[in-house]
Design a protein around this ligand. Structure first.
Ligand code: KG4
Ligand code: ZN
Length: 335
């Protein structure tokens, strides 16, 4: 079964053709990152306009690269939630138009479910059930994935998402948007024990996260130093911050897995590209004899191949939409 998948929830316009949910025939991404960099973050109005300009050629290129035409496509999957509403609407309306014109099934696909599905492409043997740590720019969840389309949230962030915390700390240190990847890179040469940062716990919710205090601690350190005319060692601060965030993520994730007797662990989302997170989980899982699955780095960030994978399983479970499909800025991963 061939799925044409479309993704436009944030600042990447992406289209892909995926066979049977697992084999990527094409994966085209047009990123707007350089433009948003000028403003230090994604400007929603600009994002919508750039999606509108890019979407036709991105979809055409995805079909061309996959050596097929719309007539060969069996269904059209599209990200409809969560994300920037104006950005999502561009993809949703484009997909609706194609589905209507070509009389193809339309499959509404949840962005975070798609991040999880990136793992089905990178790890062909992976099947639910498993426990997944979903860490992106907008969300940090621990999700029990019982089946491809059946999942339960075990823990989530109470304030900033992990990616957002990385980006804000990086910005305070003068790194360009999105700073997470730069902070990760610079942290490699720093001392992770140079600064002592808090290890926040959410009382009463043992698997929830809170990153805003950590971010504020870093911002305060920088302000205090600059008031004294001093500059903090960026590599050491990056390494200490990364260690603190990764410590919170891995602690809660491992405890949640133990409490649910789950020995199959998966990570997903933009922050799953983080080197320390990958290293720490790899060594914990090796020690405990757990299985660990991660998406290849190219599929950690936003792309449409993951939408084609999740869209396949949504289609199989009977999840299709009419041309009245709308987009939603927020939506639980449980649906
Ligand atoms: O999943 P994603 O591409 O988009 C959303 O759905 O939000 O995640 C983007 C987030 C950004 O905050 C970015 O800084 C972060 O993932 N990120 C990283 C790394 N690569 C991307 N954070 C830490 N370390 C990285 N290597
Ligand atoms: Zn994403």
């Amino acid at each position: 079964m061939l799925i044409l998948a479309i993704e436009s929830s944030c600042d990447e316009t992406a289209a892909s053709v995926v066979k049977d949910g697992r084999y990527v025939l094409s994966n085209i991404i047009a990123t707007q990152m350089d433009e948003h960099k000028l403003y230090g973050g994604v400007v929603p109005e600009i994002a919508s306009r750039r999606h509108t300009e890019a979407i036709c050629s991105v979809v055409e290129e995805a079909l061309l690269k996959a050596e097929c035409t719309l007539d060969d496509i069996d269904a059209i999957a599209v990200t409809y939630a969560p994300g920037l509403i104006g950005a999502l609407l561009v993809g949703v309306n484009f997909a609706k138009g194609l589905a209507l014109a070509k009389n193809k099934p339309l499959v509404p696909t949840h962005h975070l479910r798609s991040h999880i599905a990136a793992n089905y492409i990178s790890n062909p043997e992976l099947k639910p059930p498993f426990m997944c740590l979903v860490v992106s720019g907008g969300h940090s969840h621990i999700v029990k994935v019982d089946d491809y389309t059946k999942m339960t949230v075990i823990g989530k962030t109470r304030d900033d998402a992990a990616g957002e915390a990385f980006d804000k700390a990086a910005r305070a240190m003068g790194m360009p948007y999105p700073g997470g990847v730069h902070l990760d890179e610079i942290a490699e040469s720093g001392n992770p024990n140079a600064f002592s940062l808090p290890h926040p716990h959410v009382s009463g919710s043992e698997y929830d996260f809170s990153f805003s205090g950590l971010k504020t601690a870093v911002i305060n350190l920088i302000h205090n130093a600059s008031q004294k005319g001093e500059q903090l060692p960026v590599a050491d601060l990056s390494a200490s911050f990364r260690k603190a965030v990764v410590g919170c993520l891995t602690d809660n994730f491992i405890r949640a897995c133990e409490a649910h007797n789950c020995e199959k662990l998966v990570i997903a989302g933009g922050v799953s590209a983080n080197r320390l997170l990958r290293q720490e989980l790899s060594s914990i899982c090796a020690q405990k004899g757990y299985e660990l699955y991660m998406p290849e780095k190219a599929l950690c960030g936003d792309n449409a191949a993951m939408v084609g994978s999740q869209g396949y399983y949504e289609y199989l479970s009977g999840n299709t939409a009419s041309s009245e499909l709308n987009a939603y800025a927020t939506m639980s991963i449980e649906l």
